[in-house]
Design a binder for this molecule. Structure first.
Ligand code: PMP
Length: 394
């Protein structure tokens, strides 16, 4: 049987990580994989996470199964964090999932059950796992323009023009904040315009929010998601706790499905639990419990928010430094977009050949589409990257 398998396409980011590990140069710089790194290149366990784990070890008396939807306290805490009180609770179905990826996967499976003919619209570019999972599930997809390679900001006109072609009942996948891979985001007035168009076309928005707290702060990063949630009868929201709690390997996420009313919510809730049961039965609990502990304990929460803010500001500082250095070296403002982008990534907007040149000549590793992880930089490597960008003629 197994001899009938064919090779799967290699994950480009994981292949890049392997190439980086094998590079003997001690001046090499890793701007590839999407994990936060501090100035010394570590991905630390956050203080509040350590403390929550300590408490769990001490106080937890059982590891028996939870419910198929996970612990409701976790869903409630995450609904609070992402939506605050924008939507009545009796309209929101929610399940814990293995990471944000698990939430996206369950959302797409829910769409398959509820609207098998719908097309799912993706930004071009988007996180590569979006199209990959959709293809694997055999679902129809189309893409809408998102990034202007000249200005390195959102191609808003292109986006609205392409989305004018959606059919009623289609799904439009949007990044709630900190767009991956570009770092370019809509302004709030632009979100208003987009919402209007999507309302006119009777589509269901599907928000992927994986970086809340990494852009402009916890509340501001949720603002667009809340606007969308308040404006439609049906909204799907996949939220990841991997980045903002730094618990990547614990696989912690939540899928929320906002329904028109309580009775539709109840059926949606039952379907979400069913899908969990079919795919993995009970969702992982450890990370979810860490998150619940932190979000519901005022002291731990304050400490988590403070550390998350440090992380956010350190990335903003790196952005400002890099843009400043490039302004100096290029004697122009053409790299100022780096300071405007938000989140962990920026798309440099250059060719794969130049990205390869940066790797070959300078040991600088970024994804082929010129996405760089800003958190991979530090005060020593910023001048190196800036000079390399100029030398490569970018
Ligand atoms: N969505 C986006 C846009 C992401 O960048 C990521 C992480 N790379 C995820 C979802 C999923 O994250 P995880 O499954 O690790 O929680």
């Amino acid at each position: 049987m197994l001899e009938h398998l064919s090779e799967q396409p290699k994950d480009k980011i994981l292949a890049l990580m392997a190439a980086y590990r094998e590079d003997p140069r001690d001046t090499k710089v890793d701007l590839g994989v999407g994990v936060y790194k501090d100035a010394s290149g570590n991905t630390p366990v956050m203080r509040a996470v350590k403390e929550a784990e300590r408490r769990l070890v001490k106080e937890q008396t059982s590891k028996a199964y939870t419910g198929l939807a996970g612990d409701p306290a976790f869903s409630n805490a995450m609904i609070d964090l992402v939506l605050d009180d924008t939507v009545a609770r009796n309209r929101i179905a929610a399940v814990a999932t293995p990471g944000g990826t698990g939430a996206i996967r369950q959302a797409l499976e829910l769409i398959k059950l509820a609207a098998p003919k719908a097309t799912v619209w993706l930004s071009d570019p988007t996180w590569p796992n979006h199209p990959s999972i959709l293809k694997y599930l055999g679902m129809k997809t189309r893409s809408y323009r998102y990034f202007n390679n000249e200005t390195r900001s959102v191609d808003y006109i292109g986006m609205l023009t392409d989305l004018a072609a959606v059919m009623p009942g289609d799904i439009v996948l949007l990044h709630g904040c900190c767009h991956n891979p570009t770092g370019a985001n809509l302004t709030l007035p632009q979100w208003d315009g987009l919402i209007k168009l999507l309302q006119e076309r009777s589509v269901t928005p599907f928000i992927d929010i994986a970086y809340q707290g990494f852009g402009d702060g916890l509340e501001k990063d949720a603002a667009a998601t809340r606007k969308v949630a308040a404006a439609f009868d049906n909204v799907l929201i996949a939220a990841s706790c991997s980045k903002n709690f730094g618990i990547y390997r614990e696989r912690t996420g939540v899928l929320m499905a906002i329904a028109k009313n309580e009775s539709v919510r109840d059926v949606a809730q039952q379907n979400l639990a069913f899908l969990n049961r079919q795919n993995f039965s009970f969702p992982p609990d450890h990370g979810a419990r860490i998150v619940t502990t932190i979000l519901t304990d005022p002291e731990l929460r304050a400490d988590w928010e403070a550390e998350l803010e440090e992380v956010r500001l350190s990335m903003l500082d790196l952005r400002t430094q890099l843009a400043g250095e490039l302004r100096r070296l290029s004697n122009s403002d053409r790299f100022d977009f780096l300071a405007e982008h938000r989140g962990m990534f920026s798309r440099l907007g250059t060719s794969p050949e130049k990205v390869e040149k940066l790797r070959a000549d300078h040991g600088i590793y970024m994804v082929g589409d010129s996405r760089m992880n800003i958190a991979g930089l530090n005060a020593d490597t910023i001048p190196v990257l800036a000079q390399a960008i100029i030398d490569a003629g970018i």
